[in-house]
Design a protein around this ligand. Structure first.
Ligand SMILES: Cc1cc2nc3c(=O)[nH]c(=O)nc-3n(C[C@H](O)[C@H](O)[C@H](O)COP(=O)(O)OP(=O)(O)OC[C@H]3O[C@@H](n4cnc5c(N)ncnc54)[C@H](O)[C@@H]3O)c2cc1C
Length: 306
């Protein structure tokens, strides 16, 4: 994620960064086909992949890194994608393979706070194994983002000092990958929702038919909203657009308020805006609710009124 963001920034600051290589490591237990941004919607990832390739970025997916070498030619990564050994040589190598908690030296043992190499386990109220000590942020969350750390810190503060009973699991936490286009996501993927027992439906609205996107020449992108078949409640969404991170907040609010997808159609947006795609998705949901028998009934009713 961060590697993809940084390569985009490098291009903004220097025109002559014309050879970029991104190599993702293959995890042993990975069963899915490798894709950029493994956690994202496959179509969103494919769109970004295409965009990067169009910019001349070479992508080596599902690679298992064998070694790194330095020579008079440059710095070389040796890797394997199951078809023999391959090499990529560059001026510099940027490694972006995740972060590890910095726990050593905190003497957590003295406070009776349990920890493991990945962080500090907490309960849903953010209490550590010592119920008088709370934790927040990357150290105790699978959402490793600044905004998530802030939201968790607020919960820890309220629960620790003001007798709060707030739960981390109640938070609706979005994230955004700042590529071009941006990929913003909130909530569950269809697979995750199904695992939780939901029957899921999905509506995809393309930016191709959004007037502002056409005027701006930014039609590469879409909004995809997943919702429960039974009640129509929004379960998750992915927005791919130039400034997706700016618009995803509206869907976060909709999810916090447990809104139905069809209710998105009632939110009036100024015209023309790219965020209008959210309203259009609500309209599509409303149309989907119109069963054939209802359509027939309405047709009959209107023909009688003519
Ligand atoms: C390159 C990069 C880009 C990122 N970009 C984004 C982004 O665009 N958007 C986003 O949402 N997130 C981004 N993140 C993630 C984001 O930075 C983290 O999720 C966020 O900083 C977590 O906040 P935190 O308070 O848990 O930890 P930190 O921000 O790491 O804060 C921990 C603090 O504890 C201090 N500390 C450590 N040990 C001790 C000690 N023994 N005694 C006293 N103090 C100590 C540290 O100095 C630090 O100030 C990025 C991360 C990286 C690495």
């Amino acid at each position: 994620m961060i590697a993809l963001e940084l390569q985009g920034r490098a291009r903004v600051f220097a025109d002559d960064v014309n050879t970029d290589y991104i190599i993702t490591s293959r995890r042993k237990r990975e069963s899915l086909d490798p894709q950029v941004l493994r956690r994202e919607d496959a179509d969103a990832a494919a769109l970004l992949h295409q965009q990067l390739q169009g910019e001349g970025v070479r992508m080596f997916l599902g690679a298992h890194i064998r070694q790194a070498e330095k020579s008079s030619v440059g710095k070389t990564i040796v890797f394997d994608r199951g078809q023999g050994v391959e090499h990529v040589t560059a001026e510099e190598i940027l490694i972006a393979i995740g972060r590890a908690p910095n726990i050593e030296g905190l003497n957590l043992e003295a406070g009776g706070v349990k920890y493991h190499p990945k962080g500090v386990p907490v309960d849903d109220h953010l209490r550590t194994s010592n119920p008088h000590i709370y934790a927040a942020g990357d150290i105790c969350s699978s959402y490793q983002f600044t905004h998530a750390a802030e939201a968790l810190a607020r919960i820890a503060l309220q629960n620790a000092l003001f007798f709060g009973r707030k739960k981390a699991s109640d938070l609706v936490i979005p994230w955004c990958t700042y590529t071009d286009p941006e990929i913003a996501h909130v909530g569950l993927s269809p697979g995750e929702a199904q695992k939780r027992g939901f029957q899921v439906e999905t509506i995809t609205s393309k930016l191709e038919s959004n007037d502002r996107a056409i005027v701006d020449g930014q039609t590469k992108g879409f909004l995809r909203v997943h919702f429960s078949t039974e009640k129509g409640v929004i379960l998750g969404a992915t927005l791919v657009s130039k400034h997706a991170g700016e618009s995803i907040g509206e869907l976060v609010l909709a999810m916090q308020q447990k809104m139905k997808v069809s209710e998105l159609g009632a939110i009036i947006h100024p015209y023309p805006t790219q965020a209008e795609i959210i309203k259009r998705t609500g309209d599509t949901a409303m149309r989907k609710r119109l069963k054939p028998w209802m359509r027939k009934l309405l047709e009959k009713m209107f023909s009688l009124r003519r």
